[in-house]
Design a protein around this ligand. Structure first.
Ligand code: CP
Length: 326
Protein backbone atom coordinates (compact mmCIF):
# COMPACT_ATOMS: atom_id res chain seq x y z
CA UNK A 1 0.00 0.00 0.00
CA UNK A 2 1.28 3.48 -0.87
CA UNK A 3 1.75 5.99 1.89
CA UNK A 4 2.45 9.71 2.20
CA UNK A 5 4.31 11.56 4.90
CA UNK A 6 2.52 13.93 7.22
CA UNK A 7 -1.14 14.71 7.74
CA UNK A 8 -3.59 15.75 5.01
CA UNK A 9 -4.55 19.40 4.80
CA UNK A 10 -8.17 19.77 5.82
CA UNK A 11 -9.52 23.23 5.14
CA UNK A 12 -12.46 25.28 6.47
CA UNK A 13 -13.56 22.83 9.12
CA UNK A 14 -15.09 24.14 12.29
CA UNK A 15 -12.61 23.39 15.15
CA UNK A 16 -15.50 23.07 17.63
CA UNK A 17 -17.00 20.34 15.46
CA UNK A 18 -13.64 18.51 15.29
CA UNK A 19 -13.46 18.68 19.06
CA UNK A 20 -17.03 17.43 19.42
CA UNK A 21 -16.21 14.10 17.71
CA UNK A 22 -13.06 13.42 19.73
CA UNK A 23 -13.55 10.43 22.05
CA UNK A 24 -17.23 10.17 21.09
CA UNK A 25 -19.19 6.90 20.78
CA UNK A 26 -21.17 6.45 17.54
CA UNK A 27 -24.23 4.41 18.56
CA UNK A 28 -27.23 6.12 16.92
CA UNK A 29 -27.77 8.69 14.20
CA UNK A 30 -30.06 10.55 16.62
CA UNK A 31 -26.90 12.00 18.18
CA UNK A 32 -26.05 14.04 15.05
CA UNK A 33 -27.16 17.50 13.95
CA UNK A 34 -26.72 18.96 10.47
CA UNK A 35 -23.38 20.57 11.35
CA UNK A 36 -22.01 17.19 12.50
CA UNK A 37 -23.14 15.62 9.24
CA UNK A 38 -21.65 18.39 7.10
CA UNK A 39 -18.38 17.99 8.99
CA UNK A 40 -18.14 14.22 8.59
CA UNK A 41 -19.08 14.38 4.87
CA UNK A 42 -16.42 17.03 4.30
CA UNK A 43 -13.79 14.86 6.00
CA UNK A 44 -15.00 11.90 3.88
CA UNK A 45 -14.41 14.04 0.76
CA UNK A 46 -10.85 14.63 1.97
CA UNK A 47 -10.36 10.91 2.59
CA UNK A 48 -11.61 10.07 -0.90
CA UNK A 49 -9.22 12.59 -2.36
CA UNK A 50 -6.27 11.10 -0.40
CA UNK A 51 -7.12 7.52 -1.41
CA UNK A 52 -7.54 8.46 -5.08
CA UNK A 53 -4.34 10.54 -5.11
CA UNK A 54 -1.94 8.43 -3.08
CA UNK A 55 -3.79 5.42 -1.62
CA UNK A 56 -3.03 5.96 2.07
CA UNK A 57 -1.76 8.26 4.82
CA UNK A 58 -0.09 7.79 8.19
CA UNK A 59 -2.70 9.85 10.08
CA UNK A 60 -3.52 7.01 12.51
CA UNK A 61 -0.07 5.41 12.64
CA UNK A 62 0.35 3.82 16.06
CA UNK A 63 -3.42 3.46 16.65
CA UNK A 64 -5.23 0.12 16.85
CA UNK A 65 -8.85 -0.74 15.95
CA UNK A 66 -10.64 -3.79 17.42
CA UNK A 67 -13.23 -5.00 14.88
CA UNK A 68 -15.66 -7.15 16.88
CA UNK A 69 -18.45 -8.85 14.88
CA UNK A 70 -21.06 -11.13 16.48
CA UNK A 71 -23.07 -11.22 13.21
CA UNK A 72 -21.90 -11.88 9.62
CA UNK A 73 -20.60 -9.01 7.52
CA UNK A 74 -18.70 -8.46 4.29
CA UNK A 75 -18.91 -4.71 3.59
CA UNK A 76 -18.92 -3.17 7.06
CA UNK A 77 -16.16 -5.34 8.48
CA UNK A 78 -13.85 -5.14 5.47
CA UNK A 79 -14.40 -1.41 4.91
CA UNK A 80 -13.52 -0.66 8.54
CA UNK A 81 -10.35 -2.75 8.16
CA UNK A 82 -9.48 -1.03 4.88
CA UNK A 83 -10.24 2.37 6.41
CA UNK A 84 -7.90 1.78 9.36
CA UNK A 85 -5.15 0.37 7.15
CA UNK A 86 -5.37 3.27 4.69
CA UNK A 87 -4.99 5.62 7.67
CA UNK A 88 -1.80 3.81 8.71
CA UNK A 89 -3.30 2.07 11.76
CA UNK A 90 -3.55 -1.60 12.75
CA UNK A 91 -6.56 -3.89 13.26
CA UNK A 92 -7.49 -6.72 15.65
CA UNK A 93 -10.14 -8.60 13.60
CA UNK A 94 -12.61 -10.73 15.61
CA UNK A 95 -15.11 -11.89 13.01
CA UNK A 96 -15.80 -15.38 14.20
CA UNK A 97 -16.75 -14.91 17.84
CA UNK A 98 -17.06 -18.72 17.97
CA UNK A 99 -13.26 -18.75 18.08
CA UNK A 100 -13.08 -16.14 20.88
CA UNK A 101 -13.74 -16.44 24.61
CA UNK A 102 -17.39 -15.49 23.92
CA UNK A 103 -17.99 -19.26 23.46
CA UNK A 104 -16.65 -19.81 26.99
CA UNK A 105 -19.46 -17.57 28.25
CA UNK A 106 -17.63 -14.23 28.43
CA UNK A 107 -20.08 -11.31 28.64
CA UNK A 108 -20.16 -8.35 26.26
CA UNK A 109 -18.91 -5.91 28.95
CA UNK A 110 -15.94 -8.14 29.79
CA UNK A 111 -15.13 -8.66 26.10
CA UNK A 112 -15.18 -4.89 25.60
CA UNK A 113 -13.02 -4.30 28.68
CA UNK A 114 -10.54 -6.82 27.31
CA UNK A 115 -10.31 -5.31 23.85
CA UNK A 116 -9.86 -1.77 25.10
CA UNK A 117 -6.67 -2.89 26.85
CA UNK A 118 -5.22 -3.42 23.36
CA UNK A 119 -7.12 -1.05 21.07
CA UNK A 120 -7.87 2.69 20.86
CA UNK A 121 -11.32 2.30 19.26
CA UNK A 122 -13.78 -0.62 19.04
CA UNK A 123 -16.22 -1.34 16.20
CA UNK A 124 -19.08 -3.60 17.32
CA UNK A 125 -21.77 -5.50 15.39
CA UNK A 126 -24.19 -7.38 17.64
CA UNK A 127 -27.59 -9.09 17.20
CA UNK A 128 -29.24 -7.31 20.15
CA UNK A 129 -30.80 -3.84 19.89
CA UNK A 130 -28.93 -1.46 22.21
CA UNK A 131 -25.79 -3.62 22.49
CA UNK A 132 -23.55 -0.74 21.33
CA UNK A 133 -24.98 1.53 24.04
CA UNK A 134 -24.28 -1.16 26.64
CA UNK A 135 -20.73 -1.52 25.32
CA UNK A 136 -20.27 2.25 25.38
CA UNK A 137 -21.28 2.38 29.06
CA UNK A 138 -18.49 -0.01 29.97
CA UNK A 139 -15.81 1.26 27.59
CA UNK A 140 -13.47 4.16 28.16
CA UNK A 141 -12.45 4.06 24.46
CA UNK A 142 -14.85 5.08 21.65
CA UNK A 143 -17.39 2.45 20.53
CA UNK A 144 -18.64 2.62 16.94
CA UNK A 145 -21.77 0.59 16.20
CA UNK A 146 -21.57 -1.54 13.06
CA UNK A 147 -25.26 -2.47 13.45
CA UNK A 148 -27.25 -3.73 16.44
CA UNK A 149 -29.95 -6.27 15.58
CA UNK A 150 -33.04 -4.64 14.09
CA UNK A 151 -32.15 -1.32 15.73
CA UNK A 152 -29.77 0.98 13.88
CA UNK A 153 -26.73 0.87 11.58
CA UNK A 154 -25.44 4.42 12.04
CA UNK A 155 -22.30 4.26 9.88
CA UNK A 156 -24.38 2.79 7.02
CA UNK A 157 -26.84 5.66 7.47
CA UNK A 158 -23.96 8.13 7.19
CA UNK A 159 -22.53 6.51 4.07
CA UNK A 160 -26.03 6.40 2.53
CA UNK A 161 -26.52 10.10 3.24
CA UNK A 162 -23.09 10.86 1.77
CA UNK A 163 -23.99 8.82 -1.33
CA UNK A 164 -27.22 10.77 -1.87
CA UNK A 165 -25.28 14.03 -1.50
CA UNK A 166 -22.60 12.95 -3.99
CA UNK A 167 -25.04 11.41 -6.50
CA UNK A 168 -27.65 14.21 -6.52
CA UNK A 169 -25.67 17.22 -5.24
CA UNK A 170 -28.20 18.01 -2.48
CA UNK A 171 -30.09 16.52 0.47
CA UNK A 172 -32.78 19.19 0.67
CA UNK A 173 -36.43 18.48 -0.09
CA UNK A 174 -35.91 15.16 -1.85
CA UNK A 175 -38.54 12.49 -2.38
CA UNK A 176 -36.96 9.29 -0.99
CA UNK A 177 -38.69 5.92 -1.32
CA UNK A 178 -37.56 3.04 0.90
CA UNK A 179 -38.56 -0.40 -0.36
CA UNK A 180 -38.63 -3.89 1.18
CA UNK A 181 -38.12 -5.07 4.76
CA UNK A 182 -38.61 -1.79 6.62
CA UNK A 183 -39.46 -3.53 9.89
CA UNK A 184 -36.11 -5.31 10.32
CA UNK A 185 -33.98 -3.04 8.11
CA UNK A 186 -31.67 -1.21 10.49
CA UNK A 187 -30.10 0.70 7.58
CA UNK A 188 -33.55 2.11 6.76
CA UNK A 189 -34.08 3.09 10.41
CA UNK A 190 -30.83 5.08 10.42
CA UNK A 191 -31.21 6.68 6.98
CA UNK A 192 -34.86 7.72 7.55
CA UNK A 193 -33.84 9.41 10.81
CA UNK A 194 -30.95 11.25 9.14
CA UNK A 195 -33.14 12.44 6.26
CA UNK A 196 -35.63 13.95 8.72
CA UNK A 197 -33.13 16.82 9.09
CA UNK A 198 -33.49 17.86 5.43
CA UNK A 199 -37.21 18.45 4.85
CA UNK A 200 -37.71 15.25 2.91
CA UNK A 201 -40.78 13.48 1.62
CA UNK A 202 -40.35 9.81 2.56
CA UNK A 203 -42.48 7.02 1.10
CA UNK A 204 -42.23 3.59 2.71
CA UNK A 205 -42.98 0.74 0.32
CA UNK A 206 -43.50 -2.65 1.94
CA UNK A 207 -45.91 -5.51 2.50
CA UNK A 208 -48.12 -4.89 5.51
CA UNK A 209 -46.14 -7.19 7.84
CA UNK A 210 -42.83 -5.44 7.07
CA UNK A 211 -43.87 -1.83 7.67
CA UNK A 212 -41.59 0.76 9.25
CA UNK A 213 -41.86 0.78 13.09
CA UNK A 214 -44.45 3.31 14.31
CA UNK A 215 -41.94 5.00 16.62
CA UNK A 216 -39.71 5.99 13.69
CA UNK A 217 -42.68 7.19 11.63
CA UNK A 218 -43.71 9.46 14.50
CA UNK A 219 -40.17 10.89 14.79
CA UNK A 220 -40.26 11.81 11.09
CA UNK A 221 -43.71 13.40 11.32
CA UNK A 222 -42.67 15.41 14.39
CA UNK A 223 -39.61 16.63 12.45
CA UNK A 224 -41.91 17.94 9.69
CA UNK A 225 -41.34 15.27 7.03
CA UNK A 226 -44.06 14.20 4.64
CA UNK A 227 -44.53 10.48 5.42
CA UNK A 228 -46.42 8.09 3.13
CA UNK A 229 -46.89 4.31 2.95
CA UNK A 230 -47.81 2.01 0.08
CA UNK A 231 -47.38 -1.60 -0.97
CA UNK A 232 -46.69 -0.71 -4.63
CA UNK A 233 -43.31 0.38 -5.97
CA UNK A 234 -45.21 1.60 -9.06
CA UNK A 235 -46.62 4.40 -6.86
CA UNK A 236 -43.15 5.97 -6.43
CA UNK A 237 -41.13 4.92 -9.47
CA UNK A 238 -41.88 8.07 -11.48
CA UNK A 239 -41.46 10.67 -8.74
CA UNK A 240 -38.70 9.43 -6.40
CA UNK A 241 -35.29 11.10 -6.39
CA UNK A 242 -33.91 8.14 -4.43
CA UNK A 243 -35.16 4.56 -4.40
CA UNK A 244 -33.52 2.70 -1.52
CA UNK A 245 -34.15 -1.04 -1.84
CA UNK A 246 -33.56 -3.56 0.95
CA UNK A 247 -33.40 -7.33 1.35
CA UNK A 248 -36.10 -9.22 3.25
CA UNK A 249 -34.08 -10.43 6.24
CA UNK A 250 -34.63 -14.18 6.45
CA UNK A 251 -32.55 -14.42 9.65
CA UNK A 252 -35.07 -12.22 11.57
CA UNK A 253 -38.15 -14.43 10.92
CA UNK A 254 -39.31 -16.92 13.57
CA UNK A 255 -41.61 -18.60 10.98
CA UNK A 256 -39.93 -19.29 7.63
CA UNK A 257 -43.34 -19.76 5.94
CA UNK A 258 -43.98 -16.06 6.57
CA UNK A 259 -40.59 -15.23 5.05
CA UNK A 260 -41.37 -17.34 1.97
CA UNK A 261 -44.62 -15.42 1.48
CA UNK A 262 -42.91 -12.01 1.28
CA UNK A 263 -39.35 -12.67 0.12
CA UNK A 264 -40.00 -12.00 -3.58
CA UNK A 265 -42.38 -9.08 -3.16
CA UNK A 266 -40.24 -6.57 -5.08
CA UNK A 267 -37.79 -6.66 -7.95
CA UNK A 268 -36.40 -3.56 -9.62
CA UNK A 269 -36.06 -4.38 -13.33
CA UNK A 270 -34.86 -2.43 -16.39
CA UNK A 271 -38.54 -2.05 -17.36
CA UNK A 272 -39.30 -0.31 -14.06
CA UNK A 273 -36.17 1.84 -14.31
CA UNK A 274 -37.35 3.03 -17.74
CA UNK A 275 -40.17 4.85 -15.91
CA UNK A 276 -37.89 6.45 -13.27
CA UNK A 277 -36.58 10.04 -13.38
CA UNK A 278 -33.51 10.60 -15.57
CA UNK A 279 -31.70 12.05 -12.55
CA UNK A 280 -32.25 9.78 -9.55
CA UNK A 281 -30.25 7.31 -7.45
CA UNK A 282 -31.09 3.62 -7.06
CA UNK A 283 -29.48 2.45 -3.82
CA UNK A 284 -29.19 -0.75 -1.78
CA UNK A 285 -27.12 -1.39 1.37
CA UNK A 286 -26.38 -4.90 0.00
CA UNK A 287 -26.20 -7.86 0.03
CA UNK A 288 -29.05 -8.29 -2.49
CA UNK A 289 -30.90 -11.55 -2.95
CA UNK A 290 -33.07 -10.78 -5.98
CA UNK A 291 -34.48 -7.29 -5.20
CA UNK A 292 -32.55 -5.61 -8.02
CA UNK A 293 -32.15 -7.44 -11.33
CA UNK A 294 -28.51 -7.78 -12.46
CA UNK A 295 -29.43 -6.13 -15.79
CA UNK A 296 -29.95 -2.86 -13.89
CA UNK A 297 -26.30 -2.75 -12.78
CA UNK A 298 -25.08 -0.87 -15.87
CA UNK A 299 -27.74 1.85 -15.53
CA UNK A 300 -25.86 5.07 -14.59
CA UNK A 301 -28.49 5.67 -11.88
CA UNK A 302 -27.58 2.37 -10.15
CA UNK A 303 -25.52 3.80 -7.28
CA UNK A 304 -25.11 0.76 -5.03
CA UNK A 305 -21.50 -0.07 -5.94
CA UNK A 306 -20.42 3.57 -5.51
CA UNK A 307 -22.39 3.51 -2.23
CA UNK A 308 -20.22 0.59 -1.01
CA UNK A 309 -17.02 2.44 -1.89
CA UNK A 310 -18.26 5.52 -0.05
CA UNK A 311 -18.48 3.36 3.08
CA UNK A 312 -14.72 3.27 3.33
CA UNK A 313 -14.36 7.08 3.08
CA UNK A 314 -17.05 7.68 5.71
CA UNK A 315 -15.45 5.12 8.03
CA UNK A 316 -12.00 6.68 7.51
CA UNK A 317 -13.55 10.03 8.45
CA UNK A 318 -15.23 8.60 11.56
CA UNK A 319 -12.10 6.79 12.79
CA UNK A 320 -9.99 9.92 12.32
CA UNK A 321 -12.64 12.09 13.99
CA UNK A 322 -13.21 10.01 17.12
CA UNK A 323 -9.45 9.68 17.56
CA UNK A 324 -9.04 13.45 17.30
CA UNK A 325 -7.12 13.39 14.01
CA UNK A 326 -9.63 14.63 11.44
N1 CP B 1 -24.50 -3.11 4.30
C1 CP B 1 -24.02 -3.97 5.22
O1 CP B 1 -24.12 -3.78 6.46
O2 CP B 1 -23.37 -5.04 4.66
P1 CP B 1 -22.63 -6.18 5.49
O3 CP B 1 -23.67 -6.92 6.29
O4 CP B 1 -21.95 -7.05 4.47
O5 CP B 1 -21.65 -5.52 6.43
Amino acid sequence: MRSVEGTPKVVSLNPDRRQSFYGRDIVSVKQFDREDLAFIMQVADEMRSIVRRVGATDLLKGYVLANLFYEPSTRTSSSFIAAMQRLGGAVIPIHGVQYSSVTKGESLPDTIRTLECYADVIVLRHPEVGASEVAARYASKPIISAGDGVGEHPTQGLLDLYTIQTELGTLEGLHVAMVGDLKHGRTVHSLARLLRLYGTRQTFVSPDILRLPEEIKQELIEAGCVVEETERVEDVIETADVIYVTRVQKERFADLHVYEAVKDYYEITPQLMARAKPKMALMHPLPRVGEIHYDVDDDPRAAYFRQMENGMYIRMALLAAVLGKA
